[in-house]
Each structure stands twice: as structure tokens, then as C-alpha cells.
Design a protein around this ligand. Structure first.
Ligand SMILES: Cc1ncc(COP(=O)(O)O)c(C=O)c1O
Length: 407
């Protein structure tokens, strides 16, 4: 960040200006970011903050990673959009590389995470009718309580969070909700109408809830035995965050369908994808599903550059190595402001002693000390720094957390 950020309005004025013109569906921390590089952002007044949220994993490679920015610039100068009415010269390479990275056959490119989830649901239902032989309109999908898969009307239909769901009915039928991390409940819910089990391998929004060892392998075994699909929503957990390309790799599990988003767009453009076997994604035919922007050449160019970064294995390795540092640092805070935490790779849900304040209040205190995090439910805060963060930066963030929680 060479030149200071410039704007004709200061942070306070900009925050006030949003109030009458922006829908109030968010309650951001009072920081107005104007520039960013790597793990650091800078506000309108030139104050610097370490970004320990990284756009909910959309910024796994940090802000403005040079290789991603270069790929975007190069593509901006050639071709940005064709729609899928025509082919573009970037899409085949992107799909080939992404399929190879994730060990699958086919790719359905979309834009946002919620679109990938919606597309995964449609594909699973179509597979149930065309391949499994479920009677028309009878397909069910089994999901987990406390899930977060996005904000569309169908997706909030199977949310258990009343804030996300209340007031948005009528809801889409065809979903069964079972407790997360409970194989017996899953076994009871899956029947001959079940198209798929749809779960997050780690529940991010719920507070980085990591299931017991054996749960994901159990879901794989159960879905195979019962003849339904295992759809893993890796939109937040995937693409390096947990120390592997996919979080399911911690249990050497290969789902039938994987949903990707966030980091796939390199923090530059929205890029999401449904990846899966030919048997499953092959159920779609022309006209049955689509998106004007899905697979556009700019998205494909950036997505290809993201895949190239992940092919090196460097980011997965960093997440695993620095994840150990993060875990150790958090372990040292247990009993000193932290009542518990869950961490995998560079991703942690930290339960702060409620006596010290709500997650929001802790986040605001950290912000004043130059660290950006996001609270989730109650007194839990989430840490998900860019995978490019250095050991020194991470140590600094843990030191600031200790200061905020113990002084
Ligand atoms: C696991 C998971 N699925 C889906 C989504 C929805 O993604 P988007 O906000 O891009 O629609 C999110 C977003 O946080 C997510 O964490």
C-alpha cells in the first residue's frame, strides 16, 4: 500500500451516509476499508488493520494476490463476458484444472455460493428422478441442523436459524433436518426417496463446529449403502482453509458432489462451482439449468489462477503449519478469557468468556487494536486469516487477542 487512501468523505460520514440508502441486512463493524494488500487493509483515514476474517474465506490468498490480479488484468484486456450462448476460450481449461484439483469428472460453473448450493440441490433431485428412480416430485434431501448454505428462499427453507428464516415463507418442501454429527439420526432419516445428504464438513457460521472423527467417513459409507448422494458444501471450508484442498480429505472421503465458492474467485470476482462425477452432473441437459455469468471468461481466468496457486500445495501447507501455531496460541488463552475453541487449519471458532462481553463487543475491541474479526452466535468469534499471513503477523494477532481478553 504505497499512496494513502483518498476520499472526500471520512469514515463516520460514510457510515452515516449508508443508513438511509442501503438496506439494513448487515450490521458491519464501524470500519470503512479503502485499500488492501495481503493480510492488511487500510481505512479511509489510513489506519491499518490485520484482516483475520478474509472475507469468510473468499480471501484465502490475501487481498490482491499478484498472480490473481495479473490474471484478471490480462483477461480484462481481452474478453470479459460471452454468456454461455457461445463458447469462450478460458472455460475448458478452468474446468479441466478444477476437476483435476478436486479429483472429479465434471464442473458446473456458477457465481455465488448460494447458487452453487441451489444448483447442487437441483442436480441431486434430477439424479434421484433420472437415475435412482424416485417417483416425480417425491425426492428428499437430508440436511443438518445449524447449517448455513446461503440466503435464497429454498436454502432458508431448511435453515434452523429463525433470524435467517423467519418472515420468508412459504418454504420449499423436500428437506429433512437431522442433528449435525449424529450418524444414527442420519440413518433414520434417509429412505428410498432420499436424493442426497447435504452437509458442511465443518459448520462455519455455526461457530466452526468440527464433527467427531469418523463422521464424514460415516456419511460416505451410509450414503453409499443407502444409494443416495453425498453432497459436501465446501464453500467456506474448501480450497486450502483447513490444511487440505478440501476439508473432507481429513477423513480421506470423496463425496459425489462438492460445492465450491468464495476463494474460487480469488477475492476478485464471484466464482462458484458444483463439481462431481459424470454420472451425477451428466443428468443436466441444455436448457435445464444455467446462469448468464456462470463460467464467464474473467471468472474462468481468475478461477484458473486460483487453481494454479492451489496446485502448488503451498497454501494447504501454510494453513496446516500456521494452523498449529494458531491452535497453540488459543490453547494458551483457555481459562484466560477463552472458555473453549475449535480449530482446523487456519480456521477457528473461539468461545470468549461471556463475562467479558458479547462476540460483537470483543470484535469491536479488537478492531480498535487493529485486528478485524467477525463474531458469530453469542460470545463466539471466528478467526480465518488469509492463508498468506506470516507467522509474525499471526503471533501479533494472538498477542492482541490476549491483550484484549486479559487486560
Ligand atoms: C458453507 C457455505 N455455503 C454457502 C454459502 C453462501 O455463499 P454466498 O454468500 O456466496 O452465497 C456460505 C456463505 O457464507 C457458506 O459459508
Amino acid at each position: 500500500m504505497t499512496a494513502p487512501a483518498r476520499t472526500d468523505r471520512g469514515s463516520e460520514e460514510l457510515i452515516r451516509a449508508e443508513e438511509p440508502v442501503l438496506a439494513h441486512n448487515y450490521h458491519p463493524l464501524p470500519v470503512v476499508v479503502a485499500r488492501a494488500e495481503g493480510a492488511w487493509v487500510e481505512d479511509v483515514e489510513g489506519r491499518r488493520y490485520l484482516d483475520m476474517l478474509a472475507g469468510y474465506s473468499a480471501l484465502n490468498f490475501g487481498h490482491r494476490h499478484p498472480a490473481l490480479i495479473e490474471a484478471a488484468h490480462r483477461q480484462l484486456d481481452r474478453l470479459t463476458l460471452t454468456s454461455r450462448a457461445f463458447h469462450n476460450d478460458r472455460l475448458a481449461g478452468f474446468a479441466e484444472r478444477l476437476a483435476a484439483l478436486t479429483g472429479t469428472d465434471m464442473v458446473l460453473p456458477m457465481n455465488t455460493g448460494a447458487e452453487a448450493v441451489e444448483s447442487g440441490i437441483k442436480v441431486a433431485r434430477k439424479w434421484a428422478y433420472d437415475v435412482k428412480g424416485v417417483p416425480a416430485d417425491r425426492a428428499t434431501i437430508v440436511v443438518a441442523a445449524d447449517n448455513f448454505h446461503g440466503r435464497t428462499t429454498t436454502i432458508v427453507s431448511f435453515s434452523t436459524d429463525e433470524t435467517a428464516r423467519g418472515g420468508f415463507g412459504p418454504f420449499t418442501p423436500g428437506f429433512r433436518i437431522v442433528p449435525y454429527n449424529d450418524l444414527a439420526a442420519l440413518e433414520a432419516a434417509v429412505d428410498e426417496t432420499t436424493a442426497a445428504v447435504l452437509i458442511e464438513p465443518i459448520q462455519g457460521e455455526a461457530g466452526v463446529l468440527i464433527p467427531d472423527d469418523g463422521y464424514l467417513a460415516g456419511v460416505r459409507e451410509l450414503t453409499r449403502r443407502k444409494g443416495c448422494l453425498f453432497v459436501a458444501d465446501e464453500i467456506q471450508s474448501g480450497l486450502g482453509r483447513t490444511g487440505h484442498t478440501l476439508a473432507v480429505e481429513h477423513e480421506s472421503v470423496v463425496p459425489d458432489v462438492v460445492l465450491l465458492g468464495k476463494a474460487l474467485g480469488g477475492g476478485i470476482v464471484p466464482v462458484s462451482a458444483v463439481v462431481g462425477s459424470r454420472e451425477v452432473l451428466g443428468v443436466l441437459h441444455p436448457g435445464e439449468h444455467g446462469s448468464t455469468f456462470g463460467g464467464n471468461p474473467l471468472a474462468a481466468a481468475v478461477g484458473t489462477a486460483v487453481v494454479e496457486l492451489l496446485e502448488t500445495g503451498e497454501f494447504q501447507r501454510r494453513a496446516a503449519e500456521l494452523g498449529a501455531v494458531l491452535r497453540e496460541g488459543l490453547a494458551g488463552l483457555v481459562g484466560r478469557g477463552v472458555v473453549g475453541f475449535r480449530a482446523r487449519g487456519l480456521w477457528a471458532g473461539v468461545d470468549v468468556d461471556p463475562a467479558l462481553g458479547s462476540g460483537r463487543e470483543i470484535s469491536e475491541r479488537l478492531m480498535r487494536e487493529g485486528i478485524l474479526v467477525k463474531d458469530t452466535h453469542g460470545s463466539t468469534i471466528r478467526l480465518a486469516p488469509p492463508l498468506t499471513i506470516t507467522a509474525e503477523e499471526l503471533a501479533g494477532a494472538l498477542g492482541t487477542l490476549e491483550k484484549v481478553l486479559t487486560s
